[in-house]
Design a protein around this ligand. Structure first.
Ligand code: ISL
Length: 561
């Protein structure tokens, strides 16, 4: 398989700029801060940086609401600094991919301002405008054109007094959905993508890209048990023209270019079968997608704040299906954390006694799979969740809306705060912890969001000086992928599918084979006798220990060729 693209052995690092490093002292991370920490990325050994949005934005959703796609927001710096960052990364052999947020724009995007200005605006059809439901007075409850619920609570429609119609927004009311049925909209997007690629950008992470094609009749969704709203997702997730749009995008943007690009689609609700279509290289759509199955396993029917805990058997079944399904055809992206997900060590691991061990154990299980691993800022030092205890510490619009809605529904405050403590997106958005100093060396001033509770102990300085360093372990994992075809390309074989706490799998490539073992518990674990032998390649305990026993959260990679 020499025909695999350059990214087959690459590792990507995600930067959430607002929380990475603040060089100006306004409490918000910025591009200058990233430039100051390029050595951190070089030391870690990553190949690509994915930068969450830095475009001009009113910041209703931390930049996922863009008002000027060609300008860097003052909050983060200038276009010149962006080019400096790009140059600095390229000099160090690191590529840069941007976030591409084109399912929706900001309401402040000039195209939306124009579209909203009158029913006869030439840009009216750039968005989804619809009349109130017949029989209802415009703007009154029930008059929404359909029953879709927004991801961030309430109706997915907002009434516009001036023109007497509603516009669709799957996210906040400040994020109107673009109408991809309109060819002009698509052309504008492709032009913008080409503009950034011409500047030297190496590709895109495409925000909710599998939502861009909607059933234009916008039918009602199945009503939720709880009340007013319905689930519209069957009418916009992997919608009717999605493959056509992505193939068109590929033709218009990438086909004539010869560089080494990376495209990764964020695709909530995607199945293995659909992911194969998106990532089959012959189809020329996307290089890889982010799927959500494994990060939804600890949730009950009530959605993301209905926390139920993880069953390891479910995770094995899921990961195995993705590893097998995107084996010869298509490609996986591998992630445990990002800016929308709670920190992995606090979520699936043990953030207190076995923080190092559980962080590195999960890293082992992830990085030894076939696919492209993504490391989210802070994960490489085992950063923990925010540990917030009161609502005024939260900033995320989803969390704040959930809090209000849940209280309104009569759920008690303690339970709501506990759900947020577990699942809020802000868990991943507290500032990067660099030092044990004030604000963890993130900023000279009060950060835009409170520091995570762990910063005095958990920070880059402390970790790099420690005997047990999460960072050094990540370095080793990344090196392994770069050096071993077995790690990057080998076939995946799940072992012990039913075992409640042992995660075991084999990778094979030609005559070579690796065995990967992870103890997903804080207790000693007896190793099945057929999994005892092999030469230790990497493990997260200083000494090899006994073959027949895995210590708490122990991970072992064994050469069994
Ligand atoms: O975290 C979620 C809500 O529970 C996800 O459903 C999330 O909204 C979804 O993955 C889409 O995320 C992306 O688009 C959003 C933005 O808020 C997220 O930060 C982004 O990653 C809207 O642009």
């Amino acid at each position: 398989p020499n025909h695999f693209p350059w990214w087959a052995d690459a590792v990507v690092y995600q930067i959430y700029p607002r929380s990475f490093a603040d060089s100006t002292g306004d409490g918000v991370g910025d591009i200058g801060g990233i430039i100051q920490h390029l050595d951190h990325l070089v030391d870690l050994g990553v190949d690509v940086v994915w930068l969450s949005p830095v475009h001009q934005s009113p910041q209703f959703d931390n930049g996922y609401d863009i008002s000027d796609y060609r300008r860097i927001d003052e909050l983060f710096g200038t276009n010149e600094q962006y080019e400096e960052l790009l140059g600095g990364l390229h000099e160090r052999g690191i590529k840069l991919i941007m976030d591409l947020v084109v399912n929706h724009t900001s309401t402040e995007y000039p195209g939306f301002v124009e579209s909203r200005s009158s029913r006869t605006s030439p840009r009216r059809d750039s968005y989804w405008w619809r009349d109130p439901r017949p029989g209802f007075a415009p703007g009154e409850p029930g008059a929404e054109p359909n029953n879709w619920r927004s991801f961030f609570g309430g109706s997915a429609w907002t009434f516009d007094e001036a023109t007497g119609q509603y516009y669709l927004h799957l996210f906040t009311p400040q994020q109107p959905d673009l109408n991809w049925e309109t060819p002009r909209v698509r052309e504008r997007v492709y032009e913008m993508m080409n503009w950034w690629l011409d500047k030297g950008v190496d590709g895109f992470r495409m925000d909710v890209i599998n939502f861009i094609s909607k059933d234009p009749t916008l039918p009602d969704g199945v009503a939720e048990a709880s009340g007013a709203w319905g689930d519209g997702s069957p009418h916009f997730v992997n919608g009717p023209r999605i493959h056509e749009f992505l193939q068109e995008m590929h033709r218009r943007v990438f086909a004539e270019r010869s560089g080494d690009y990376l495209t990764v689609g964020e695709t909530p609700g995607v199945t293995v079968e659909q992911a194969r279509l998106y990532t089959d290289r012959r189809r020329q759509e996307l290089d890889m997608v982010f799927q959500f199955e494994h990060v939804n396993l600890d949730q009950g029917p009530g959605g993301k704040f209905d926390y139920r805990g993880l069953s390891l058997a479910d995770l094995k079944t899921s990961w195995n299906r993705w590893q097998r399904g995107l084996g010869e055809t298509g490609w996986n992206s591998l992630y445990l954390s990002n800016h929308d997900q709670p920190r992995i060590v606090s979520r699936f691991g043990d953030e207190t006694r076995y923080r190092y061990e559980s962080a590195t154990m999960w890293a082992t299980l992830l990085h030894l799979q076939r696919g492209t691993p993504y490391v989210y800022q802070g994960e490489e030092i085992g950063m923990t969740g925010a540990g917030f205890t009161s609502i005024d510490q939260y900033r995320d619009v989803e969390s704040l809306n959930y809090y209000d809605e849940a209280l309104e529904q009569g759920i008690n405050r303690t339970a709501v705060l506990e759900s947020l403590r577990r699942m809020s997106r802000d868990n991943a958005r507290t500032p990067m912890q660099w030092t044990a100093g004030p604000n963890a060396g993130f900023s000279e001033n009060t950060p835009w969001i409170p520091m995570g509770a762990s910063h005095p102990e958990v920070n880059v300085d402390a970790d790099r000086a420690a005997e047990k360093s999460v960072f050094r372990y990540y370095q080793a994992l990344i090196r392994l992928r770069h050096e071993s075809k077995l790690v990057s390309l080998g076939e995946f074989h799940l072992l012990e599918p039913e075992h409640p706490v042992l995660f075991a799998f084999k990778r094979t490539y030609g005559d070579h084979a690796l065995l990967v073992l992870g103890n997903v518990s804080g207790e000693d674990l007896e190793v099945p006798s057929d999994l005892e032998s092999g030469e230790l390649v990497l493990g997260n305990y200083a000494d090899a220990g006994e073959r027949s026993l895995l210590r708490p959260w122990e991970a072992r990679i064994l050469d069994i060729s």
